[in-house]
Ligand binder design. Structure first.
Ligand code: BGC
Ligand code: MG
Length: 589
């Protein structure tokens, strides 16, 4: 096994791909749920600062912060009221600067979350639009339209919100106003508190130019760009063609060809890229980037379109995140993004978890997780099959051990390194995701993957999430934590040999030692019918996705001169060539 690297600064000594983001290990921090420094039950920037050591222990090169701008929190920061400041519950710009400086000292960069598609109803532009006339310049930055029908009572078109319900909300107004059309309607692809911005408007261009400059000047190295699929609309906003009854309420929007994956969106990304390139050329030594968030699973043509050299530097690959636990599905989910890499030279940004998706430990623990037809998140999330968490964790570890070997960068989501499962027992009156409310509770939404992190086994401090106030009390965590949370805390599992935390730490080290210096390419190889085997240069990674151990032929020419260097189940690792059920082994020559 490798010597652990002393600190993430050692990365500089490695023959890493350049620019840095091409093979970076990135850690996603959901600010509200990471660590609470002031005992109010809400995570904050000072909390993150106090826990940077944990992040650094994973060998990460950058942190992506979920939105931490001022926001009324209707969609937890994805409703931005001001793009140039920090949300008061999270701290101040000074706290942000201090976090960035501390992170930089550890060799860790900061990425922000950029939300271009919409802002908040509390953004000053929207407030001004409400106070202005229907045809005013203030309304032109959004999509305000008169309603259909004589009295304007019908929404302007039939578009549905991605969170359920119509994508239009009507303003209260004198019904006789606006030539008898009454209050106008405004478009919101997500919740009604998230009015869509019109990116054909020059004010919007200027706003985003300023946002990039503001955060780059502070030392941010890039942005995860939110909801890029729905940015850009057909200029006439035509009715969406009808969808069949089988289409779920949360999927209707994503089938709307007039607002999803539109050519108009690409104009926005070209403008953003020009802004970034321009800034970068004035700041030698900086390597700035933006990564696109869109679900383009099994759609290589889309990934290619988003990562043209004049658009995104990278795009998330959610393929492996959403794949069932089955050999051929996993192979395809891995090879599609690698094929794009071979064509475009753009390495994937692999992900197994994020703040929108049911945690993988739960999904892969389902008794139907191996069925190839269970492909999309919704199928998995909607599955009611029994969950075996121990099995799910084992499979999740095996999957992590696969993606750590692949060419490209990796985005880990906080708590993944603890093997946290999805939390289901959140009472209805504590649920906060707008999806829950907008679907009348038919969809439970995403709160279950956002439950505050457990750091210790001490229930009185919300398992170490909250630092008590001066009087020794702590506020309720913003989402309730299950009682078993403490057993899964960082301090508890740090004491367990071969825990998932230790596995992630080791994976960071073996990735540095055996993977990142290999070429940015990989192929599957055939070393047996049950296993998935991938070769990347000198590294061969073998996944056994079955529920039985598999005996490998160690004399096979692909393995002949290799040694096992890592196993997702180290306690079961041996040199006889038996690869345990639901596990992954790395071999290197
Ligand atoms: C983000 C979500 C958010 C939505 C609207 C997404 O893709 O990841 O958390 O609710 O965009 O901004
Ligand atoms: Mg707090």
């Amino acid at each position: 096994m490798s010597e652990p690297s002393a600190s993430s600064n050692d990365r500089l000594a490695h023959p890493y791909a350049r620019p840095w983001w091409k093979d970076a290990l990135v850690y996603q921090v959901y600010v509200r749920s990471f660590a609470d420094s002031n005992g109010d039950g809400v995570g904050d920037l000072a909390g993150i600062r106090s826990r940077l050591g944990h992040i650094a222990s994973l060998g990460v090169e950058a942190i992506w912060l979920n939105p931490c701008y001022p926001s009324p929190q209707h969609d937890h920061g994805y409703d931005v009221a001001n793009y140039f400041d920090i949300h008061d519950e999270y701290g101040t710009l000074d706290d942000f600067d201090a976090l960035l400086a501390d992170a930089r000292n550890l060799g860790i960069k900061i990425l922000m979350d950029l939300v271009p598609s919409h802002c908040s109803i509390e953004h000053r532009w929207f407030i001004a639009a409400l106070a202005s006339d229907p045809n005013s310049p203030e309304r032109a930055r959004f999509y305000f339209r008169d309603g259909k029908g004589d009295a304007g009572n019908e929404p302007p078109n039939n578009w549905q919100s991605a969170f359920g319900g119509p994508a239009w909300t009507r303003l209260d107004a004198d019904p006789t106003a606006n030539n008898g059309k009454g209050g106008q309607w405004y478009l919101h692809t997500f919740a009604r508190e998230q009015p869509d911005l019109d990116h054909t408007h020059t004010d919007v261009h200027q706003l985003f130019d300023e946002i990039f400059k503001f955060w780059f000047d502070r030392g941010v190295e890039g942005f995860r760009v939110d909801a890029v699929a729905g940015t850009g609309k057909h200029p006439d906003l035509p009715d969406q063609p009808p969808v069949g009854p089988e289409v779920g309420v949360l999927d209707i929007t994503w089938m709307n060809e007039y607002t999803v994956f539109r050519p108009e969106g690409h104009d926005v990304w070209r403008r953003f890229r020009a802004t970034i390139d321009n800034y970068e050329s004035g700041h030698p030594g900086r390597e700035l980037m933006m990564v696109a968030e869109a679900y383009a699973v099994r759609r290589p043509e889309l990934v290619k379109a988003f990562t043209e050299p004049d658009q995104f530097h990278q795009m998330f690959s959610f393929d492996l995140m959403l794949t069932p636990w089955e050999k051929h599905s996993i192979e395809q989910a891995m090879l599609d993004p690698i094929a794009i890499l071979a064509k475009t030279g753009v390495p994937p940004a692999w992900t197994l978890n994020n703040h929108d998706i049911q945690r993988i430990v739960t999904r892969l623990g389902r008794s139907d997780a191996h069925l190839p037809e269970i492909w999309t998140n919704n199928n998995l999330a909607l599955s009611r099959a029994d969950v075996d968490l121990a099995l799910g964790e084992r499979r999740a570890r095996a999957m992590a051990a696969l993606i750590f070997a692949l060419p490209g960068s990796l985005y880990l989501y906080q708590g993944e390194e603890l093997g946290l499962p999805e939390v289901f027992d959140i009472p209805a009156d504590r649920r906060e995701d707008p999806v829950f409310e907008r679907t009348g509770g038919a969809e439970i939404g995403r709160d279950g993957c956002r439950v505050p992190m457990p750091w210790t086994n001490d229930a009185s401090s919300s398992y170490g999430f909250s630092t008590p106030r001066a009087d020794g009390t702590v506020g309720e965590p913003w989402l309730p934590q299950p009682t078993a949370w403490g057993e899964r805390s960082v301090s508890e599992i740090d004491d367990i040999e071969n825990s998932t935390l230790h596995m992630y730490q080791s994976l960071g080290e073996v990735r540095d030692e055996f993977a990142v210096s290999q070429p940015l390419e990989a192929q599957t190889i055939d070393i047996g019918p049950e296993v998935i085997a991938v070769r990347r240069g000198d590294l061969v990674v073998v996944v056994n996705p079955t529920d039985e151990p598999v005996q490998l032929d160690l004399d096979h020419r692909e393995l002949a001169i290799t040694q096992p260097v890592f196993a997702s189940e180290p306690a079961e690792m041996h040199t006889t060539g038996v690869i345990p059920a639901n596990s992954t082994i790395w071999f290197s020559s």
